[in-house]
Design a protein around this ligand. Structure first.
Ligand SMILES: Cc1ncc(COP(=O)(O)O)c(C=O)c1O
Length: 415
């Protein structure tokens, strides 16, 4: 190895335990630093109890950490209050909670339209299609330009007075293209539906929040969601942000203990915000892990540090892909300023799952398939890709391992 090792690697036990590992599947999930693992361990050893129900010190400490985690998230995404931060179980669960709650509240009904981008992850497609099946809500798609940017002309052609929701990802989990969500949010905020209301603007920030700064006000986001495990925290925790005035007017699709003020045999009254959207025991351990993940993220320099590490790697990876010739087809923007560290590609004559197995032999962790974005694959005419993706602990040694394995596959394919 000729390149300096990324010093952040030493903060992650997985890399100490597997020094030869080139972990390049970060779009799917991220590795966990000592700060998170030790923070959760300390919590379980000293402070753990169920929250909201105990007057004893352990429960109070547990609750304090749960709430503190939400305050951290509030600050991270520029929300006005932690009452706007709902903890779910992942991004997918967050969209389902939102879509079903909008339907339950009569804010989406038969004939209403939801407009999503063709680049969405299934998480931001299927819950809306469920509303189509269940309630007759229409789902339509807007496209991308040849540069993988949002096609605003196509949006305008698809908007109708029945469009009640516009939902978009901040960055594609297949192409890595970063969408100009702020401009879209502004555009949507100037539109009016048949009732004179602005369509709701929903942002899938799962690929954004771990990589670059997101501010819900700047984006004009009414709702926004992301997943903690992609940002070095535990699995099983999703974040749903909702504008407070909207959350107040929406009836949660799910309810039960913890989400109510009182219950009688025939009726109940919902709890205040955000608890009315969090029935049952929440993922307290996940919340504490996210608290430690954000603290760790801040301690290493936050988004400025991510950019400092990832931007040069993205540029180098693009150059190295370009040098491989036309047998390798890289899908997505070729300009490093337009993308995050996600690289999806095919190799002529080699099936994508054979290719990922080839990478695995060299301890290079990548993923193949449609990456839960089948409408996008159909649009681009691709039958799956291999996806390599970076995060803040990667370095040029990882890129070397990846490209040397890829060059080996190219050479074998040519034999
Ligand atoms: C853009 C995007 N949105 C949503 C999801 C779903 O996230 P989760 O599996 O955490 O629900 C993913 C998963 O990769 C994604 O990349």
């Amino acid at each position: 190895m000729n390149h300096p090792i990324n010093p952040l690697k030493s903060d992650f036990p997985v890399f100490r335990n597997h020094p030869a590992l080139a972990y390049l599947d970060n779009t799917a999930s991220s590795q966990k630093p000592d700060a998170v693992i030790e923070g959760v361990k300390r919590f379980l050893e000293f402070d753990y109890a169920n929250i909201h129900r105990g007057a004893y010190a352990l429960s109070e400490r547990s609750e304090h950490l749960y709430e503190h985690s939400k305050e951290k998230v509030r600050d991270l995404i520029g929300a006005a209050s932690s009452a706007e931060i709902i903890y779910t179980y992942n991004s997918t669960y967050a969209v389902n909670l939102l879509s079903l709650s909008l339907a339950r509240s009569g804010m989406l009904k038969k004939g209403d339209r939801v407009l999503v981008s063709i680049a969405e992850h299934h998480a931001n497609v299927v819950p809306w299609l469920v509303l189509k099946e269940w309630f007759g809500v229409e789902v339509d798609y807007f496209g991308m330009t040849n540069d993988f940017e949002i096609d605003f002309a196509d949006i305008d052609s698809k908007m109708t007075p029945d469009t009640k929701v516009v939902a978009v990802t901040s960055a594609s989990n297949v192409t890595g293209a970063v969408f100009d969500v702020a401009s879209l949010g502004r555009h949507v905020s100037e539109m009016r539906d048949r009732d004179g209301n602005k369509p709701l603007f929903v942002v899938d920030a799962r690929q954004a929040v771990p990589n670059y700064a997101v501010d819900v006000k700047h984006l004009h986001a009414d709702f926004l969601f992301f997943t903690a495990h992609k940002m070095m925290a535990d699995t099983g925790l999703g974040v749903l942000y909702g504008r407070k005035d909207l959350l107040k007017s929406i009836q949660p699709a799910l309810s039960g203990g913890g989400a109510i003020n009182w219950v009688k045999k025939e009726a109940f009254a919902p709890a205040g915000l955000p608890y009315r959207f969090e029935p049952g025991t929440p993922n307290v351990i996940g919340a504490v892990s996210l608290l430690h993940a954000i603290e760790y993220f801040e301690s290493i320099g936050g988004y400025a540090r991510v950019e400092e590490i990832e931007k040069p790697l993205i540029a180098k990876a693009l150059d190295r892909f370009a040098a491989l010739g036309d047998k390798v087809r890289l899908i997505g923007p070729k300009d490093p300023s337009q993308k995050i560290g996600i690289f999806s590609f095919t190799l002529l004559g080699v099936h994508v799952s054979d290719l990922t197995e080839h990478f695995a032999k060299y301890d290079v962790c990548v993923r193949s398939g449609y990456h839960c974005a089948e409408p996008l694959a159909a649009e681009l005419g691709i039958d799956g890709t291999v996806r390599m993706s970076l995060y803040l602990y990667n370095d040029e040694n990882d890129l070397d391992a990846f490209f040397s394995a890829l060059e080996g596959a190219i050479a074998s394919a040519a034999e």
